[in-house]
Design a protein around this ligand. Sequence first.
Ligand code: 5GP
Length: 213
Amino acid sequence: MEQIQRRGLMYVLSSPSGAGKTTISRALLGNNPDMTISVSVTTRKIRAGEVHGQDYYFVEHDDFRDMVDNGEMLEHAKVFDNYYGTPRQPVEKSLSEGKDVIFDIDWQGTQQLAEIARDDLVTVFILPPSRTELEKRLRHRSRDTRETEAEIRGRMSKAADEISHYSEYDYVIINEDIDRAIEKAQLILDAERIRRERMVGLSEFVRGLREGL
Ligand code: 5GP
């Protein structure tokens, strides 16, 4: 059977930091070779272990402003004390090639994408199983990223803020067990891929079927 042509979808994962979003998006990328991830631009300082062009494009504030002013960002927002934005061009290229794109962005960016591309958007919110577990994960991670106590505290209080937006999302995954959470994220992707309205080649396929009868 010939592959039915499909429009690429925009798969947004949001969560407070420490809920497992990065692990889940990496697993999805690994399991779906035709999928890409949108690499954001940020004014935040690079952390130990991060790679420019892979985790983020790290830029100066003025360069970020220029990109926004030139319409090069699909969405952008201030998160904590830094600016983050999604470069438009790579996303449009992937979608036009029928490739799905993962976005690791916050609720502000998700709202902006919903305004411009609701039909192509699938939004998933990841919740930690408990407050204690969230704190534990944040502290564990801070050993690798060398975050200060104040930064961890800041993230904890911002987490409450981010969590309050869960109800704006299509799906919610409570990340109690990472393998199960990855499975659920994949299930959502599989189901959304076969939504009738996403299969732009479907009517032609069905016409072919009927002609043969
Ligand atoms: P971090 O600094 O820990 O990498 O990310 C902080 C927060 O910024 C995370 O919640 C992440 O989802 C969000 N974020 C990362 N890139 C973007 C982006 O391009 N746009 C928006 N709106 N948020 C982003």
